[in-house]
Design a protein around this ligand. Structure first.
Ligand SMILES: Cc1ncc(COP(=O)(O)O)c(C=O)c1O
Length: 401
C-alpha cells in the first residue's frame, strides 16, 4: 500500500468528515499560487483556502514572523489580560487603515467567532434582540452564525440543528424595498458587502448606502462581514472602502491571519466598551488573538502594503474575465476584484469541470448556495503568466464540456 493510500485510509477512519465525498488530494507542500502532492504534481490553487492565502502560500515574510514569535512565546494567558506586542501592533495598524470610528479591535479565533462576538455586541449596545440577515448568506457554522444563513436556501442546513437563535429575519440582498423590514426593534443587520457563498453577488448601485441610511434611521447597527472580502480580495484593502460605506462593526478573519487562525470584530471604542461591564467579561476567548497568529497577520498586512499588490487586484481579475468570459459555455462572470464566480448555468457542468480540474492540476470549488458556478479566487500574488496559463487550462476544460 502506498503512503498516500495509507494516508487516505487513516483520514477516512480517524479524521472527522464534513461530507461523504472529500477531495482527498494529498498535500505535501505549498508555495506561492501552487500546492504540490507528494509525487510533485502541482495544482494551481484557485481557491486560496477560500480567500485565506491572499499573500501566497509559504510567504517568506509571514513564515519568518511566525518563527520569530514562536521562539519568543506562544500562549501565555487568555485574551485581553496581558500586554502582548503582536496584538497591540496589529490592532494599531489595522485601525489606522479602517475608516472612523472603527478603532477598537477584539481578536478572536475564527470567522464564526467574530460573527458571534459582533452579534452579541450589537445586542448589548442596542438592548434589542431582533437581527436581520441576508438570504443566501454564509457567516459560519456555530449556532449563532448558522442562524444568520437566510432562508430559503439555508433551511436545508438549519433544520437539523434547530432550535437556533430566535428573532432572526432574512431579507433579499440588493432588494431596496425589503429594507423597510429593518425597524426600531432591530439590533443589527449582518451583511457581506459582496456576497460570497451566494456565488459572488456584488452590491447593486446605491444598495449599501441605502442599507446604511436605514440602519442609521432605525438605530440598528450595521455589521459588515468582510471575512472573505477583506485584506485586498476585492481590489481595495476592505470592500467597505471600495463601495464607500462604513459599518458600525466589521468582522474580519480568513486572510486577516495571513494563513493562521485569527479573526476580529472591530467597532468604535464606545460601542466595544460595553462588552467589559454589566456583565463583565461579555465575550471571552482563550486563544483569541494568539500572538503567533497576530504576528503572521501583521506580516501579511505589511506585505500587502509594502508590495502594493492590492492596487493590481482589479486588473488581474479583469484579465481572467477577458480570457475566460467569451467562452460559449460561460453564461456570466460575477466578480469583485479577484473574488470571481464563473457561471455555467448547470450544476452538472460545474461538477464535470471539477473532475477535469482535479486531473488537470487546478483546485477550484463551487459555492455553498450556488452549485452552477465555479470559483476563481487565487492568492493575490498570482502573476499575469500564471493567470494566462491557468486560464488556458480552464478554457481547454470548458471546450470538453
Ligand atoms: C463570509 C464568511 N463569513 C464567515 C465565515 C466563517 O468563517 P470560519 O470558517 O473561520 O468560521 C466564512 C467562511 O467561509 C465566510 O465566507
Amino acid at each position: 500500500m502506498s503512503n498516500t493510500e495509507i494516508l487516505r485510509r487513516r483520514f477516512l477512519e480517524h479524521v472527522g468528515q464534513t461530507s461523504p465525498s472529500p477531495l482527498m488530494i494529498p498535500v505535501a507542500r505549498a508555495e506561492g499560487v501552487f500546492f504540490y502532492t507528494p509525487e510533485g504534481k502541482p495544482y494551481y490553487d484557485l481557491v486560496a483556502g477560500v480567500s485565506v492565502n491572499n499573500v501566497g502560500h509559504g510567504n517568506p515574510e509571514v513564515v519568518e514572523a511566525v518563527k520569530r514569535q514562536a521562539e519568543r512565546y506562544m500562549h501565555v494567558m487568555v485574551y485581553g489580560e496581558m500586554l502582548e506586542p503582536p496584538q497591540v501592533e496589529y490592532a494599531t495598524e489595522i485601525a489606522a487603515l479602517l475608516p472612523q470610528p472603527l478603532e477598537s479591535v477584539y481578536f478572536v479565533n475564527s470567522g464564526a467567532e467574530a460573527v458571534e462576538g459582533a452579534l452579541k455586541l450589537a445586542k448589548r449596545w442596542t438592548r434589542r434582540a431582533e437581527i436581520v440577515s441576508m438570504r443566501r448568506a454564509y457567516h459560519g457554522s456555530t449556532h449563532g452564525a448558522m442562524s444568520m444563513m437566510g432562508e430559503p436556501e439555508g433551511e436545508e442546513w438549519k433544520n437539523a440543528f434547530r432550535p437556533l437563535l430566535p428573532g432572526v429575519r432574512s431579507i433579499e440582498f440588493n432588494d431596496f424595498d425589503a429594507l423597510a423590514e429593518i425597524t426600531e426593534r432591530t439590533a443589527c443587520v449582518l451583511c457581506e458587502p459582496v456576497q460570497g457563498e451566494a456565488g459572488v453577488r456584488p452590491p447593486a448601485e446605491g444598495y449599501l448606502e441605502a442599507l446604511r441610511r436605514r440602519c442609521t434611521e432605525t438605530g440598528a447597527l450595521l455589521i459588515f462581514d468582510e471575512i472573505q472580502t477583506g485584506m485586498g480580495r476585492t481590489g481595495e484593502m476592505f470592500a467597505m472602502t471600495k463601495y464607500g460605506v462604513t459599518p458600525d462593526i466589521v468582522c474580519l478573519a480568513k486572510a486577516f491571519g495571513g494563513g493562521m487562525p485569527l479573526g476580529a470584530f472591530i467597532a468604535s471604542r464606545e460601542v466595544m466598551g460595553t462588552l467589559q461591564c454589566d456583565p463583565v467579561l461579555g465575550h471571552i476567548t482563550t486563544f483569541g488573538g494568539h500572538p503567533v497568529c497576530c504576528a503572521a497577520g501583521l506580516a501579511a498586512l505589511r506585505f500587502l502594503q509594502r508590495t502594493g499588490i492590492v492596487a493590481d487586484v482589479e486588473r488581474k481579475g479583469a484579465l481572467y474575465e477577458e480570457l475566460i468570459g467569451g467562452h460559449p459555455q460561460v453564461k456570466e462572470i460575477r466578480r469583485s476584484g479577484l473574488l470571481m464566480a464563473v457561471e455555467l448555468g448547470s450544476s452538472d457542468k460545474m461538477f464535470r469541470m471539477m473532475e477535469m480540474f482535479a486531473s488537470e492540476g487546478i483546485l477550484s470549488d463551487w459555492f455553498l448556495f450556488c452549485d452552477t458556478a465555479f470559483r476563481i479566487s487565487p492568492p493575490l500574488t498570482i502573476d499575469d503568466a500564471q493567470i494566462r496559463d491557468s486560464a488556458d487550462i480552464i478554457l481547454k476544460c470548458l471546450d470538453r464540456l
